[in-house]
Design a binder for this molecule. Structure first.
Ligand code: B3K
Ligand code: ZN
Length: 857
């Protein structure tokens, strides 16, 4: 008999009834019959009153060979979730031996095999598939590990005390446990901490990949130094190991002293990795390293507090990238991602709090809301307090809570104390889902400018009513000639509305300017939707003159969106002048030769089809994905024609013979060149892109040209690329993805079908699966094809993947979360796909929870 899984609730939290003094694990590795012996020293939690006194150990998919308490063997009763048994009311030693089958583990959670190597993934609840244990983050203990295997490289957490024997002195929760065994080689280096401690650094990979680790290693050393200077955090073991594996459910994992990475976030060479790959490698290496303090030394009390480590660590990796690359470019890229993923999530059936209050499967909550909105919340806290108090509050947090499992309350209390502030209203950011909408308007009255703000937090599933959020709004004022008369000023919008008056004469030192334009939400100072009517001429003024680079970009983005959405909603007629005005504003902007090429590339990049879809819905029109793609394509070509000499200049500015360097400045020039190439190309004008494809000397340029050629219907390039790169798995993933994501919609569905029969479509590999199935989802006109073929294809593959790897299937199922945006026919087709998933026999808890949340009205 099966029971519907019950949700776990934050309100039901109780500490575990026992503490653990030490854990000793010994592994005898075998592909189908690995033996795991555990010896765990428990003692009753002195805080017994508040705790759950039952002795329950989690355990799933384990074969129990033997169990003993204080050396006395016994046979506990086990269920498919774990075991419970009577224990002494005094310290005792638990011993058990279990057998597990790593080869059969296609879910890639617990101990599994990837290309003949053993590796683990325990967060959030995978350790229970390795042995019986209180698998919850608030149970922290020091571990020793012994690994027996013929394989040459045997790794676990901490420091190596003898071959295959590891001791981790730092108490940690089980989710940070890791083990790797394989035929691996290392790219090695050294680091000396600020206080002089030597650290061996190793990146372990398969033998053919060792020449692709240098960039990741450099990023690691820079991250270690940055955390010392910016947060005062030093590394705390004598070795730091990273392992790259090909089969991995997500990007990487911060296991103590033994980070395990998806190989796509480690391996890079100019020929095989794009500039985006380099950027990602740098930031993911930094992110996992930064977890050593924010996550590992101080962890989460329970999984509801996930944003305590994830939001904070994302914020820290964003700061790092800002510091080592361009801060404005980083901010713009982060906001593009936030809007695409988190705003979309917050606006649909999957909306949830930054700190959720219940879940069925925690794996479904590693979301853009926890990560990206969680990071925005930290950023707002820093904005309110200022850099110095923020740093002092972090210092207090690290000192006070080192070695503990904490809550959001513990974190906020440090800042309330340091800054003597009350953060109770700010805390609503953690407990109210939905993206707040800020409406702004202004009115001129003689020498005064009246600015009015109001806010509204929309209802979300389970939260019909909201309280006003505390919203930091950064604001400046520009005169009609482009002079800034008010530099960035922070406004605290903490009630339903706020009215401000500015004395323009005083601000301009005498005479009030005839015309004034406000620049609102500079730097995207809060994760809100800003609703503000502004003339195209005023937006063009901001694009030309704002001192805030984010709002310059935002002005261009709004101008593009407005003309495109007007055409999507009302047809082409009457839009010609509006378009000419926008194209001219872009041309004027490009004439400024002092600008960073990466920034120009962002200004010239068009809003995505998904963005335009949401904007169409916001304008009250039912979106037609095919039309949206057509309008976007046509207007990109218009801009190409209008700005032709300028764009050709951007292409010529890149010296084709210059040696490749992955630094931000060089990458920015390539980004601008390839943006220009994309705007200039069309099915009838492909010579430039064909030439760029044939002469490319690095993957950034080759892939950019390929995307253009596929979009314009030239399949020869795709075939040539496949022949060239069939033996490089990470490059082939790009080919699978782009072949479908960039193809014209009519072709994309056939291509996806054909590629699903390709000999190299190894669907159980999450990277390959995400490339092809995710590639179709990334092509809205194809995914939403009126025939429903796109939905069928994706649903069929999600159901198949769910049988092997529920986490990967569940994560990708969010492709269906926007069904409410569309017309009745598409809604019915999407719901039908969801129902088919819901009815599929043996559906996992992961996918079942996602589907039922998306189905709920
Ligand atoms: N903490 C891991 C994510 C684990 C996901 C488990 N389903 C990677 C990271 O955020 O750094
Ligand atoms: Zn993380």
């Amino acid at each position: 008999m099966t029971h519907a899984p019950q949700p776990v609730r934050l309100a039901d939290y109780t500490p575990f009834g026992y503490l653990i003094d030490s854990v000793a694990l010994s592994f005898t590795l075998h592909p189908t019959a690995t033996r795991v012996k555990s010896k765990i020293a428990f003692r009753p939690n002195p805080d017994q009153d508040a705790t759950d006194p039952r002795f329950f150990l989690h355990g799933e998919q384990l074969t129990l060979i033997s169990a003993a308490i204080d050396g006395v063997p016994f046979a506990p009763v086990v269920t498919d979730a774990g075991l419970s048994c009577p224990v002494p009311d005094a310290p005792f030693v638990w011993e058990a031996e279990v057998e597990i089958n790593p080869q059969a583990n296609t879910a890639l959670e617990g101990l599994y095999m990837s290309n003949g190597m053993y590796c683990t993934q325990c967060e959030a609840e995978g350790f229970r598939k390795i042995t019986y244990y209180p698998d919850r983050p608030d149970v922290m203990a020091p571990f020793t590990v012994q690994i027996d295997s013929d394989l040459p490289v045997l790794l676990s957490n901490g420091n190596e005390t003898a071959p295959g024997q590891w001791t981790d002195p730092w108490p940690k929760p089980a989710y940070l446990f890791a083990l790797v065994a394989g035929d691996l080689v290392a790219h090695s280096d050294h680091f000396t901490t600020a206080s002089g401690a030597p650290v061996d650094l190793n990146i372990w990979v398969r033998p053919g990949d060792v020449d692709k680790c240098a960039y990741a290693m450099d990023a690691l050393k820079r991250s270690m130094r940055w955390d010392e200077t910016e947060y005062g955090r030093e590394y705390d073991l004598s070795v730091f190991n990273i392992v790259a594996v090909d089969d991995f459910n997500m990007g990487a994992m911060e296991n103590k002293g033994l980070n395990i990475f998806n190989s796509s976030y480690i391996l890079a060479s100019p020929e095989t990795a794009t500039d985006k790959d380099y950027l990602w490698i740098e930031s993911v290496v930094a992110h996992e390293y930064f977890h050593n303090w924010t996550g590992n030394r101080i962890t989460c009390r329970d999984w509801f507090q996930l944003c305590l480590k994830e939001g904070l660590t994302v914020f820290r990796d964003q700061q790092f990238t800002s510091d080592v690359r361009s801060a404005p470019v980083k901010r713009i890229e982060d906001v593009i991602k936030l809007r695409a993923r988190q705003f979309r999530e917050d606006a649909g059936p999957l909306a949830h709090n930054v700190r959720p209050e219940q879940f069925i499967e925690i794996s479904n909550f590693y979301t853009a809301t926890i990560y990206e909105k969680g990071a925005e919340v930290i950023g707002m806290l820093r904005t309110y307090l200022g850099a110095d108090l923020y740093r002092a509050g972090c210092e207090l947090y690290f000192n006070r809570h080192d070695g503990q499992a904490c809550t959001i309350e513990d974190w906020l209390a440090c800042f309330e104390e340091i800054a003597a502030v009350d953060l109770s209203q700010f805390k609503r950011w953690y407990s109210q889902a939905g993206t707040p909408k800020v409406s702004a308007s202004w009115r001129r009255d003689g020498d005064s400018l009246h600015l009015s703000f109001s806010q509204q937090v929309p209802p979300t599933p389970g939260q019909p009513m909201k309280e006003p959020a505390k919203i930091p709004v950064s604001l400046g004022l520009l005169a009609g000639d482009g002079t800034e008369i008010l530099s960035s000023t922070l406004i605290d919008l903490d009630g339903p509305s706020l009215d401000l008056t500015f004395d323009l004469a005083a601000l301009s030192g005498g005479t009030a300017p005839d015309h004034v334009v406000p620049s609102i939400l500079r730097g995207f100072s809060a994760p809100v939707v800003l609703d503000m009517e502004m003339t195209a001429a005023d937006r063009a003024l901001l694009l030309a003159h704002d001192t805030d680079p984010f709002n310059r970009w935002e002005a261009a983005r709004s101008l593009l969106k407005e003309v495109l959405v007007a055409e999507i909603c009302h047809g082409e007629a009457g839009q010609k002048d509006a378009r000419a005005m926008v194209w001219n504003a872009l041309q004027d902007f490009c004439n400024d030769t002092t600008l960073d090429p990466a920034f120009i590339a962002l200004v010239l990049s068009f809003p995505s089809e998904d963005d335009l879809t949401q904007a169409t819905v916001d304008a009250g029109v039912v979106p037609d994905p095919t039309l949206i793609a057509q309008v976007r394509d046509a207007r990109m070509r218009d801009v190409g024609a209008w700005l032709k000499p300028t764009l050709e200049g951007f292409i010529d500015a890149v010296d084709p013979d210059a040696p490749f360097s992955p630094d931000a400045a060089s990458a920015g020039k390539r980004a601008l060149r390839n943006t220009a190439l994309s705007l200039l190309s069309s099915p009838s004008d492909l010579a430039r892109a064909q030439d760029a494809f044939a002469s490319a000397t690095n993957m950034t340029d080759q892939l950019a040209a390929l995307a253009i050629l596929i979009r314009c219907g030239d399949r020869d390039a795709a075939a040539a690329f496949e022949a060239q790169w069939q033996h490089e798995r990470l490059v082939l993933d790009k080919w699978f993805m782009i072949s479908v994501a960039s193809a014209p919609s009519a072709e994309a569905l056939d291509t996806a079908g054909a590629l699903s029969h390709h000999a190299l479509f190894d669907w159980k590999n999450p990277n390959r699966f995400r490339a092809l199935i995710g590639g179709l989802v990334a092509n809205p006109a194809a995914f939403h094809d009126p025939s429903g073929r796109g939905y069928d294809f994706v649903a069929k593959w999600l159901i198949r993947m769910d049988g092997a790897n529920p986490q990967t299937a569940a994560r990708m199922s969010s492709a269906f979360d926007t069904w409410r945006r569309y017309d009745a026919d598409r809604q019915a087709l999407m719901q039908n796909a969801l129902s088919r998933m819901a009815a599929s026999p043996g559906l996992s808890r992961d996918l079942a929870e996602m589907v039922s949340r998306m189905q709920a009205a």
